[in-house]
Design a protein around this ligand. Structure first.
Ligand code: ADP
Length: 288
């Protein structure tokens, strides 16, 4: 992974996206890929690669769709780190480092941080993980531009890209209902989504994800979760990140997943399309 972090850094600054395969990081794709997608992923990892590395997945999706929630659940299930570039940006904002001042206006206006800065933050996070012996990852919120996707493509193999989808009116409501506990850092949602079906799409109900009483008095709202900024983030997603979906769709690596409702409905279905139900049951048995 040291090679990876060096390469990420140099690709971001030099513009080079030469393909370099890091075969020391590995996955067990036959346990995780939906049948149709598995056939389209190339090249198939060798037995040695499969045995040596964990999954390298990307989660795409609009602000508020729940990338963090599902990526974090899957990372626990699969034993790989969940790396959210939004969290890396917020950590930097909370610090007194020189970058902090530079980032605050960009983030609070819902704009994207430059590719160079975001790659630098990701590289630092991967280096720290490497020191701790981490292998594999689920990336959340990266890549968000085609340039970032090309940089990533140049330095590592991405096994699968999951694209989570929800109606835009629901996305706005979910962002506005989002709260974070300032003490434990957990995410909650006060919104009760109950929308009628429209244009042939079914209606949807999502119960609020309420905090335990201990967190209730410590809830904070992200500065960029105001209606105006959420709408700007959605506009920027459509402008800059829809082409990233297309980038992976063309490669046959994109798994589209329309969320059918809240966590109780969506989580089992997501496990099913990822062929992970057994994995989940094994873990529950082990924990019993
Ligand atoms: P969202 O809820 O919009 O998906 P995130 O928590 O992923 O928000 O990111 C918060 C902010 O951090 C973004 O609006 C953007 O300013 C910055 N950011 C996060 N990831 C990236 C990225 N890959 N490229 C550029 N900016 C990013």
């Amino acid at each position: 992974m040291a090679a990876l972090t060096r390469l990420l850094r140099s690709a971001a600054t030099s513009g080079s996206t030469a393909r370099i395969s890091l075969s020391t990081l590995a996955s067990e794709p036959k346990t995780v890929f939906p049948a149709g997608l598995a056939a389209r992923l190339a090249p198939a990892p060798t037995r040695k690669e499969r045995d040596e590395r964990n999954v390298q997945w990307v989660f795409l999706g609009c602000p508020g769709v729940g990338k963090g929630t599902y990526a974090s659940r899957l990372s626990q299930l699969l034993g790989v780190p969940h790396i959210a570039t939004g969290d890396l940006v917020r950590e930097e904002l909370a610090s007194t480092g020189p970058l902090s001042q530079k980032l605050v206006d960009i983030v609070n206006q819902g704009k994207l941080v430059s590719d160079e800065i975001i790659v630098e933050l990701l590289t630092k996070r991967l280096s720290k993980g490497e020191e701790k012996g981490e292998s594999g990852f689920i990336l959340d919120g990266f890549p968000r531009t085609v340039r970032q996707a090309e940089i990533l493509e140049g330095v590592m193999d991405i096994d699968l890209v999951v694209n989570l989808k929800l109606r835009e009116d629901v996305l706005v409501e979910k962002c506005l209902g989002r709260r974070i506990c300032s003490e434990c850092g957990k995410n909650f949602n006060l919104a009760r989504i109950n929308v009628e079906g429209q244009n042939g799409q079914p209606g949807m109900y999502m119960p609020p994800l309420l905090p335990p009483s201990g967190c209730m008095t410590k809830l904070i709202t992200r500065a960029d979760d105001t209606e105006e900024v959420v709408k700007e983030r959605l506009r920027i997603y459509n402008d800059m990140s829809l082409p990233v979906e297309e980038f992976y769709r063309r490669q046959g690596r994109l798994l589209e997943f329309d969320l059918p409702g809240g966590i109780p409905e969506s989580w089992p279905k997501l496990l099913q399309v990822l062929s992970l139900e057994e994995h989940h049951e094994d873990k529950q048995l082990a924990a019993a």
